[in-house]
Design a protein around this ligand. Structure first.
Ligand code: ZN
Length: 173
């Protein structure tokens, strides 16, 4: 079976039980429903411009959802990196700066972490652990189901670099 086309077979068993002369009569009806679901994968590359940066990537991902004509399903968005992270929050400029400051302070950026002996970015690895590397979003009627103020934010903690955002959709198109 090709990876981009998954047939899911659901079996619904209806059992009716009737009691006749103290004997149980059992009848079973099985219905088979075939739901055709697609799996669609994508990769978006984003260039960050600073060592520390919070980037609103919502519109890039929304565009991909439209281009792929996704209808209803679940979209996994993740970064294949250990020094960047993804989160969902308000993309107000001051708050984006606060999020970066918050992570820098929580991870003691500048502390003599042992990893810094070989690679001067221990704080970025720790930030990635704190913020997480993935999010799952519902796609409903062709649109990302985000709240009014919710935006998808890529957190760069060891840039500038080219970062990949990977997408894995499972559902109807
Ligand atoms: Zn490192």
């Amino acid at each position: 079976m090709p990876l981009d086309l998954l047939s899911v077979l659901m079996r619904i068993k209806i059992i009716s039980i009737t009691c006749v002369n103290k004997m149980y009569h059992v009848s079973t009806i099985q219905l088979y429903l075939v739901i055709r679901m697609r799996i669609i994968r994508g990769v978006i590359e984003v260039a960050t411009s600073d060592r520390f940066q919070a980037l609103n990537v919502t519109s890039i991902i929304e565009t991909w959802v439209k281009e792929q004509k996704l209808s209803n399903g679940l979209l996994l968005v993740y970064v294949p990196h250990t020094t960047a992270a993804l989160t969902v929050n308000e993309a107000e400029r001051g708050l984006m700066s606060d999020i970066v400051t918050f992570l820098k302070e929580l991870t003691y950026e500048g502390k003599s972490w042992r990893h810094n002996i070989i690679d001067d970015n221990a704080h970025a690895h720790l930030s990635s652990i704190l913020a997480g590397y993935s999010i799952i979003l519902p796609v409903i009627d062709g649109r990302l189901d985000l709240g009014t103020w919710q935006q998808i934010i890529l957190l760069e903690m060891d840039g500038p670099r080219r970062r990949k955002i990977k997408l894995f959709f499972m559902g109807e198109t």
